[in-house]
Design a protein around this ligand. Structure first.
Ligand code: PMT
Length: 403
């Protein structure tokens, strides 16, 4: 699963973003993929075949009518060898030729000759991207089932600002990996908790924390993308309900506990991302508390530990998060044992890390191993995490079908 041992044909066309294709090829190989690069004539003006050969560890294919190349791996064999094709960058000209079925160079010919999924990462000037001709061509490709990845918005090499930048290599990897993942959790029931909880002190005050829900919502979405039936039990956040996810909104830890227990009664995988308050006021005042004295003592009592309670139910797989400010691995390992779960995804929090941020990194800890997922957008990190969870879930339950 993921990209390991996948055969990827990486098509490179003639745009300035071609310099990123070398990094893309290298990262594909880091993820265990086997890469063969096909370059158009235009691409060779921006990056040399020698560079692409070095980073892909395979000869680069540049010509349709090269007898030497055809004697090695000809275009039809190459088309058959591929598990997926990714064209990055794809220029406006290439997109137009692909849309209209051209077969006048190796890359367009391969696209016609291959039965596998084709992904295209457009990269061009923002006005060229907005032009109706390009938009019509993109529409043709979409209707044909070709995956359009991006483009991103931002500063362009030509000095313009707008849509047309090629997605970054990490984003392309996550999307490509996603195209292999569909169905990894087909029909598996996944319950995710997310966001903070709110423990009322009185009708207007409460105890809470800085969790925005971004990480948990991204995890729920990534599980749904992989075919899972997902229930998200969410504390108070400002985020919209994710598509294809059954979302239950709760306020307190007790409400989150009740909803999680009900939903996991017939669940397969539980992922606790929520930052649950460990304590709540012993009583919540019915009216707003007046400031009558210099000090005020509020008695706090323990909230139920949702993750520990669900883990005791013996689901097929349980994963928790650990938010740590120091000695991340040591504390996370303790939680793996004390909470009785299959996996802990640990992150550093505080000092601008973890809570409320767009990016995050995770240390995955199970009984035998520790693995780091590097810093990236939470949406991409969630996809990587779901990939890891799905692999472990299937390894632990080799004969288990969906419930
Ligand atoms: O929401 P964001 O702004 O995107 O931020 C993401 C995050 C930092 C909140 C997230 O990545 C994260 O670390 N979530 C876990 C936060 C937490 O409460 O960690 P903990 O180490 O205190 O708890 C360990 C595990 O037990 C967690 O899975 C937690 O959900 C669970 N727990 C804790 C207490 C409790 N009463 N019930 C629980 O289920």
């Amino acid at each position: 699963m993921g990209l390991a041992n996948k055969h990827i044909v990486l098509g490179v066309t003639g745009g300035i973003a071609a310099y990123k294709s070398a990094e893309l090829a290298r990262r594909l190989r880091d993820r265990g993929a086997r890469v063969r690069v096909v370059m158009t004539k235009g691409a060779e003006h921006f990056i040399t075949p020698l560079t692409m050969q070095a980073v892909s560890s395979n000869p680069v294919h540049t010509s349709l009518l090269d007898p030497d190349a055809e004697a090695g791996m000809g275009h039809i064999e190459l088309a058959r060898w591929a598990d997926a094709m990714l064209i990055a960058p794809a220029t406006a000209n290439f997109i137009s030729r692909l849309a209209h079925g051209a077969a006048d160079d190796l890359l367009t010919t391969l696209c016609l000759a291959t039965p596998v999924a084709i992904s295209v990462a457009p990269a061009m000037n923002q006005q060229m991207w907005r032009d109706q001709a390009t938009q019509d061509n993109i529409e043709i490709l979409r209707k044909r089932g070709i995956l359009i990845l991006g483009p991103a918005e931002g500063d362009q090499a030509c000095g313009d600002i707008g849509p047309g930048r090629m997605l970054e290599p990490d984003e392309l990897l996550a999307a490509l990996s996603g195209s292999f993942r569909s169905g990894m959790l087909e029909n598996v029931k996944v319950v995710v908790t997310a966001g903070p909880t709110w423990e009322a002190i009185d009708p207007v005050r409460g105890i809470t924390n800085h969790s925005s829900g971004k990480m948990g919502y991204a995890v729920a979405e990534a599980a749904a993308e992989n075919g899972a039936r997902v229930t998200l039990v969410s504390g108070p956040t400002g985020l919209p309900r994710p598509d294809n996810v059954h979302t239950i909104r709760v306020t307190s830890a007790q409400e989150m506990y009740d909803a999680a227990m009900e939903e996991t009664a017939a669940g397969d995988i539980f992922i606790a991302v929520a930052a649950v308050a460990d304590y709540r006021p012993a009583t919540a005042a019915e009216q707003k508390i007046k400031k009558r004295s210099d000090t005020l003592t509020i008695e706090l009592i323990r909230n139920p530990d949702i993750l520990t309670a669900v883990a005791k139910r013996g689901l097929l797989f349980t994963a928790g998060f650990a938010a740590e400010t120091n000695s991340v691995e040591m504390h996370a390992r303790e939680k793996l044992t004390s909470k009785g779960v299959d996996l802990i995804a640990a992150n550093l929090v505080g000092g601008g890390e973890g809570f409320g941020t767009e990016d995050n990194s995770l240390m995955l800890i199970d009984k035998t191993d520790t693995k780091t997922l590097p810093r990236m957008r939470k949406s991409l990190l969630a996809r990587r995490l779901i990939e890891e969870i799905a692999e472990r879930y299937h390894a632990k339950n080799p004969t288990q079908g969906p419930r």
